[in-house]
Design a protein around this ligand. Structure first.
Ligand code: HEM
Length: 267
């Protein structure tokens, strides 16, 4: 089949978009294995002290409510990290429409619940990163609320093209904490150490930059994609190159996070 002139940029854009999502899906699958391996297995075995390996405020024997919220946050994290990518795969969506509707409602409910539990952890139990870290993760939680609300509303109103856009925005903000770990590890790989932040207090300008890169940039990029990329061939090529550069960065960061953070804790 002969390709028309305009179909080449279209195809290049399609391939680079798919490539980025494949890398994100694979990385999130490993993150989900880590959550199940570290928090799931030790939780089932009653070895709650192990929760504090990577989350300093995870388990406290004197704080039953806090432990319940943390356990709930981890269970939901596993569900959404596995379920989110599955919701976005077009083939599955088209083939199993009813299942997509049911799992979509579960995903959106989990989005609200994980953020509510997250707010409790940040503002009641305490978290790493000080006030600035708490404000940024809460900003991410607020974006999750907004995107989950509109993804559901547009689906119920049968505005499916709008629903699809809100579902992608929701997936991207739900992936914020994953992006943060990936970009942090990319940063540490590029600069060969904690440049621009204090690794003990976990505070500093580099982290502010990484928070914005993780929680805000993905939805801004999606906005650029929705509004501009498809308008001309040159935009498609520029969009494709941008996505390929991001894919390289996300791949390196994902690999570093897998080797440095996740694999050592999967037991
Ligand atoms: C929606 C996707 C989210 C996922 C998949 C997720 C996943 C996780 C995981 C795996 C941990 C344990 C730390 C680690 O092992 O890396 C954690 C801890 C935590 N999360 Fe989330 N989270 C999400 C959203 C949120 C939100 C929206 C908030 C706040 C509003 C939040 C607040 C926290 C806090 C405070 C901790 C404890 C950190 C500490 O021990 O200092 N999370 N989360």
């Amino acid at each position: 089949m002969r390709l028309s002139q305009s179909s080449i940029p279209e195809r290049v854009l399609g391939i680079s978009t798919t490539l980025l999502f494949v890398v994100i899906f694979l990385g999130q699958f490993i993150f989900a294995l880590y959550i199940l391996g570290l928090y799931g297995i030790s939780g089932l075995a009653g070895d709650f002290e192990r929760w504090n390996t990577a989350a300093p405020h995870g388990y406290d024997k004197n704080d039953i409510t806090g432990n319940i919220f943390f356990g709930m946050h981890m269970a939901l994290a596993a569900v959404i990290t596995i379920g989110g990518p599955l919701q976005l795969i077009k083939g599955l969506r088209n083939r199993f429409r009813k299942l997509h509707r049911i799992s979509g409602r579960i995903y959106i409910t989990c989005a609200f619940l994980i953020s509510l539990a997250g707010f409790y952890l940040v503002w009641v139990k305490g978290s790493v990163g000080g006030l600035v870290g708490s404000i940024f993760i809460s900003f991410n939680g607020t974006l999750i609320f907004i995107c989950a609300f509109y993804a559901l509303k547009k689906a119920l109103n049968k505005q499916f093209s709008e629903h699809q856009k809100w579902a992608i925005r929701l997936f991207l903000v739900m992936s914020g904490v994953w992006f943060f770990r990936v970009f942090l590890m990319l940063w540490l790989t590029i600069f060969k150490g904690p440049v621009g932040f204090d690794p003990i207090a976990f505070q500093g300008p580099a982290l502010v930059f990484l928070y914005m890169l993780s929680y805000l940039c993905p939805i801004l990029l999606a906005e650029y994609y929705f509004r501009t990329v498809k308008k001309s061939n040159i935009n498609k090529v520029v969009g494709a190159v941008l996505l390929l550069i991001i894919t390289v960065g996300v791949s390196i960061g994902s690999f570093a996070a897998t080797m440095g953070l996740w694999l050592p804790n999967i037991k």
